[in-house]
Design a protein around this ligand. Structure first.
Ligand code: RIB
Ligand code: CA
Length: 312
């Protein structure tokens, strides 16, 4: 039985890999995509989601634009990482596939109320604004969500948008607080693990070697996306964040982590968006999330490359 998921996303080159991996995997039934403002404004994340689905030959996928700003404060974007379009590195034609007129938050609420309780997994890959807004507007859905598997946060690795905060959580710490406080089974793929999933010339060549237009696009995105992190971290390659969410669903044995308490700083000027992780269990606070810290990165890239080759 395929796992029913909704991907909530701010594409973003790395989001694109997550969407493509989900579309290439029969273990997953993608009920729909909700887009959110994050890496680039909502208009662009929505356009990018359409481009990615068209590239995969999946113009049937329902795309629901969600929130265009965080629950509180101004939107912060990341064009410095992803380029002005959010998908720099390979040019795709303007999309023709439709966008739903049902708002992403309404799609989340209606789908969770319609599907049997405990059967739908949410996979947020950007700021948690849509999920937080849905939980705030319809608290009853919390008990109907099977689990949430998200990319966000950082603890042993620190932050990537400030010294203390990872981008997705930084943009909307209030939404993240709502998600972690809702009593839902949450698994987090933070920078602590995604910084161990690094591109390399060999890994990019293997993806380009798929020999399809999709392989060309994917390789172009990786070459663009990694330049920022290679310069910033002095590493050999750039971390590929979001597809780890889908890879964890497909092959959880590639990963290792532990259930622990994760709290969010939402108000401090200095540490807004910080994920405070009680990894060593030094507090009595409730263990509300599984924090993933280790990965078989070779196994991840083998899975990703094999699945991308299945797409047209
Ligand atoms: O910090 C990395 C995360 O922020 C990724 O999801 C990336 O796509 C951006 O959304
Ligand atoms: Ca993202």
């Amino acid at each position: 039985m395929a796992e029913k998921i909704i991907i909530d996303t701010d594409p973003g080159q790395d989001d694109a890999f997550a969407i493509l991996l989900a579309l290439a995997s029969p273990e997953i039934e993608l009920l729909g995509i909700t887009t959110v403002a994050g890496n680039v404004p909502l208009s662009r994340t929505t356009e990018n989601a359409r481009k990615i689905c068209e590239l995969a030959g999946r113009t049937d996928v329902a795309i629901h634009p969600g929130c265009d700003r965080p629950m509180r404060g101004a939107l912060v974007t990341a064009e410095h990482v992803h380029g002005k379009t959010g998908l720099d590195g390979y040019d795709l034609p303007d999309p023709a596939m439709p966008v739903s007129d049902l708002h992403g938050v309404d799609f989340l609420i209606e789908t969770l109320r319609r599907e049997p309780a405990g059967t739908v997994t949410l996979c947020p890959l950007g700021p948690l604004t849509n999920i937080g807004t849905a939980l705030s507007r319809a608290p009853d859905i919390a008990g109907r969500i099977r689990r949430i598997v998200l990319m966000g946060g950082g603890f042993f690795e620190g932050g990537n948008i400030t010294p203390a905060a990872e981008f997705n959580i930084f943009v909307d710490p209030d939404a993240a607080t709502l998600v972690l406080g809702a009593g839902i089974e949450v698994t987090i793929l933070p920078l602590d693990v995604t910084h161990k999933v690094l591109t390399s010339p060999e890994r990019i060549a293997a993806i380009r070697g798929i020999g399809t237009r999709l392989g060309q696009a994917a390789a172009g995105w990786l070459e663009f996306f990694e330049r920022f992190d290679v310069e910033k971290y002095g590493s050999q390659g750039g971390p590929l964040h979001d597809p780890n969410v889908i890879a964890w669903l497909l092959k959880p044995n590639l990963y290792d982590g532990r259930l622990c308490n994760v709290e969010i700083e939402a108000d401090s000027e200095l540490t807004r968006g910080m994920t405070v992780v009680d990894w060593w269990g030094v507090t009595p606070r409730e263990k509300n999330a599984t924090w993933i810290r280790d990965v078989d990165d070779a196994g991840f890239f083998a899975l990703l490359t094999e699945r991308l080759a299945r797409l047209g």
